[in-house]
Unconditional design. Structure first.
Length: 288
C-alpha cells in the first residue's frame, strides 16, 4: 500500500530505496540536508574529490521526482547546477519550543562552570570539527580578549577538533555534549550565540538558540543566513571574514540593551515553529 518513497540519504540505504522505488514504479522525494561536497573539500583539501562528490550527488538527486532542501540558498545552488526549479521545495523544519525557552535561564549554570562576574557568554553549540569554521571563532575571541573585551567563549559539543580547539582557545569553557534539559539550560543561560559555519544547510542549533531568547551571529554562506534578520534578531556576517565576525561579537558584548531586544526578537521569530506545524506543512506539500 505504499504510495511514495521518501529518501533522506544519498548513501547506500538511499540507493537501495531508489532502486526499490524504480522497481515498484513509485514516486520519490529526497531530502538534501548535508552539504557533502563542501565537507569533502574542507576535510580532504582535494578539488578532484569535491568534483566527484558533486557529480554523484547530481546524478542521485536528478533521479528523484521531488527534492526538499533546507534553505533558499541551497535551492538556488541546485538550480544553478541544472536541477529544474519545479522539483525543488523548502523542507519545513521545527523544534521543541517548550524545551528551548528563555525561562530555562539559570544564573548559576555557567558560573558553576567558570564564568566570572562581568563576563558576557558567547555560546557555540554543535559538532566540534573543522568544517564548522571554529578556528575563525577562536581567532575572533582571542582578538577581543587581547583587547580587554569581557567576553567568555562557551563551547557545547564534541568532535574530532575538540583537542585542537582547546589549544587554540584555552580561555573557553568546554562542557562536552549536553542533552535535553541541560542543553536547554545551557542555551538560555548564555548571552548570545555564534555560528560561523559556511557548510550547514540549515542549522537546528540556530533556531534552538533563537527559541532560547538569544541573539544569533551567522555567516552569509549556507542555510543559517535565511534564519536571521540582520540587525533585527542578530547579525549576518560575511563568510570567513574575521574582521566582520569580531565586530559583530564585540557589538553584542558591549551593548546589553541590544542583546535584550534582539533576544526578544529571536524568540518571537520562532515561537510558532513547533514540530507539529512543520509536519503538517510537509505532508501538505508532499500530497500535492
Amino acid at each position: 500500500g505504499f504510495t511514495e518513497v521518501i529518501i533522506s540519504t544519498p548513501g547506500p540505504v538511499g540507493l537501495a530505496a531508489l532502486a526499490a522505488a524504480k522497481v515498484l514504479g513509485l514516486p520519490t522525494a529526497g531530502i538534501y540536508h548535508t552539504d557533502f561536497p563542501e565537507y569533502v573539500r574542507i576535510l580532504t583539501e582535494d578539488g578532484l574529490m569535491e568534483s566527484l562528490t558533486w557529480n554523484y550527488m547530481h546524478w542521485f538527486y536528478s533521479q528523484l521526482d521531488t527534492i526538499y532542501v533546507n534553505s533558499n540558498h541551497y535551492r538556488q545552488c541546485w538550480i544553478d547546477r541544472g536541477i529544474p526549479a519545479e522539483k525543488l521545495k523548502i523542507l519545513p523544519r521545527g523544534l521543541d519550543t517548550g524545551l528551548f525557552h528563555p525561562q530555562k535561564r539559570s544564573a548559576d549554570f555557567w558560573k558553576a562552570r567558570g564564568l566570572r562576574d562581568g563576563e558576557v557568554g558567547a555560546l557555540y553549540v554543535g559538532r566540534i570539527s573543522r568544517e564548522k569554521n571554529l578556528d575563525l571563532f577562536a581567532a575572533a575571541m582571542r582578538r577581543l580578549l587581547a583587547a580587554g573585551v569581557p567576553v567568555r567563549p562557551l563551547i557545547v559539543g564534541d568532535g574530532p577538533y575538540a583537542g585542537m580547539m582547546k589549544e587554540l582557545l584555552p580561555e573557553g569553557i568546554y562542557t562536552g555534549s549536553l542533552h535535553r534539559e541541560e542543553l536547554a539550560t545551557a542555551f538560555a543561560s548564555a548571552d548570545f550565540f555564534v555560528f560561523p559555519s559556511t557548510t550547514d544547510t540549515f542549522g537546528n542549533v540556530v533556531i534552538e538558540a533563537q527559541a532560547s531568547g538569544l541573539p544569533v551571529i551567522v555567516s552569509d554562506v549556507g542555510g543559517p543566513k535565511d534564519l536571521v534578520a540582520d540587525g533585527g534578531d542578530g547579525f549576518v556576517t560575511k563568510g570567513l571574514d574575521l574582521d566582520a565576525l569580531t565586530v559583530a561579537v564585540k557589538t553584542l558584548v558591549l551593548d546589553a540593551p541590544l542583546r535584550r531586544s534582539m533576544g526578544e526578537a529571536s524568540r518571537a521569530r520562532v515561537a510558532g515553529r513547533d514540530w507539529s506545524h512543520a509536519a503538517s506543512l510537509f505532508w501538505e506539500e508532499s500530497g500535492e
